[in-house]
Design a protein. Structure first.
Length: 370
């Protein structure tokens, strides 16, 4: 993990190297917003003619589409940390982005949306205009209904864990999953403070909530013991160690029973969390979401990061990896979360074009080395 952090720090440093002298060397056809990406690839000796053409194509799309280059940069950093042929990994990454941009273009995605396209559907603007977002969500919710019918017929069970920092968009994504499902066949689990008996029977506390043949959505989960409790000073070191030693076996038992388990982590920046906390406190509809714990989370940011990295290192396994979703844009993260789940279940009648089109720059899977 230390080696990974050092490499990430080096890449972040490289991606910040932009000065006027370097800009003079950039091809004039590359949009100025891509300068840092181009300079990074040049510095790492990865910029080849094929990538130059891809970046030129992306810059052309920027003339007719709103592209979040901050997300693109964060996605590139993750790709650069992957093992294997970095040049091929980068080419695959930008190839997927171009595929996504072409799909958006066919969907009528543009840079001149009507003002209503930037209404605060999720407390903040999105790069996806409202009409395009609604169409994509509508299509995906049809797929979720197909999945629900398939689960009813087969008896299979889906378990989705929604984790991340406070205000990362876990609740709003659960709403996107469920708002048009048959309420008899999905199950949202959001447990309160554990009783002394719950603390003694940690795994059973969560296992008994899972309903067979349904989509089970955990708004926070058994990972409270590996993250929230140690960050906030709840629980004991012995409970934490026991959890970290046994969580893999618990999850393997779930999937060995034929269930599908997805662990989704919604990732945001510190400034984004603060902005969303401010919105919560001022909103007459969402003030209740702001809790005493929220008030401490900005001060505990680094401590949270420390335990989060330990969690990823120990509990992202080959069978049950963590799926990291960039949640800076809630519309994008919500669509990506739904697509990831649908892509990984062989339900009947799947519309591959709807399910496989994604925003690839904002999702990654943490799989350990075999």
């Amino acid at each position: 993990m230390n080696i990974l952090n050092e490499e990430l720090g080096r890449i972040k440093k490289v991606m910040g190297l932009v000065n006027e002298e370097d800009k003079k060397d950039l091809a004039p056809t590359i949009n100025v917003n891509l300068d840092r990406v181009v300079l990074t690839l040049k510095f790492l000796k990865l910029l080849n003619p094929k990538l130059e053409r891809m970046l030129e194509d992306i810059s052309k799309f920027a003339e007719t589409q709103v592209i979040d280059f901050g997300m693109l940069e964060r996605g590139l950093r993750k790709v650069l940390l992957k093992k294997g042929n970095k040049e091929k990994n980068v080419e695959d990454f930008f190839g997927k982005i171009l595929t996504s941009l072409k799909y958006r273009e066919r969907s009528g995605y543009g840079t001149e949306p009507e003002s209503e396209d930037y209404e605060f559907e999720v407390d903040e603007p999105s790069i996806i205009p409202k009409k395009v977002y609604k169409k994509e969500l509508y299509d995906l919710q049809i797929e979720l209904l197909k999945l629900q019918e398939w689960l009813k017929k087969t008896g299979k069970t889906v378990i989705i864990v929604f984790e991340g920092r406070d205000s990362a968009g876990k609740g709003s994504t659960i709403k996107k999953f469920t708002e048009n499902l048959n309420p008899r066949y999905y199950n949202i689990i959001a447990l309160g403070v554990p009783t002394p008996e719950d603390r003694k029977n940690w795994w059973e506390r969560y296992k008994r909530e899972i309903k067979p043949g349904m989509i089970n959505l955990f708004d926070r989960s058994w990972y409270n013991r590996g993250l929230i409790e140690p960050v906030m000073g709840y629980g004991s070191p012995e409970e934490y160690e026991d959890f970290m030693d046994n969580v893999e076996n618990f999850e393997n038992d779930l999937v060995n029973a034929g269930d599908y388990l997805f662990k989704l982590w919604f990732s945001i920046e510190k400034e984004t969390q603060k902005r969303r906390f401010d919105i919560r406190q001022k909103s007459p509809l969402k003030y209740w979401k702001y809790s005493p714990n929220d008030a401490q989370m900005q001060d505990l940011w680094d401590r949270f990061t420390e335990f989060k990295e330990k969690l990823f290192d120990k509990t992202s396994t080959v069978n049950n990896p963590w799926v990291i979703i960039d949640a800076e844009d809630k519309r994008v993260s919500g669509l990506n979360a739904i697509r990831y789940v649908l892509q990984n279940i062989p339900y009947a009648g799947k519309n591959q074009e709807v399910v496989n089109q994604e925003y690839p720059e904002v999702i990654s899977v943490l799989k350990p080395n075999p």
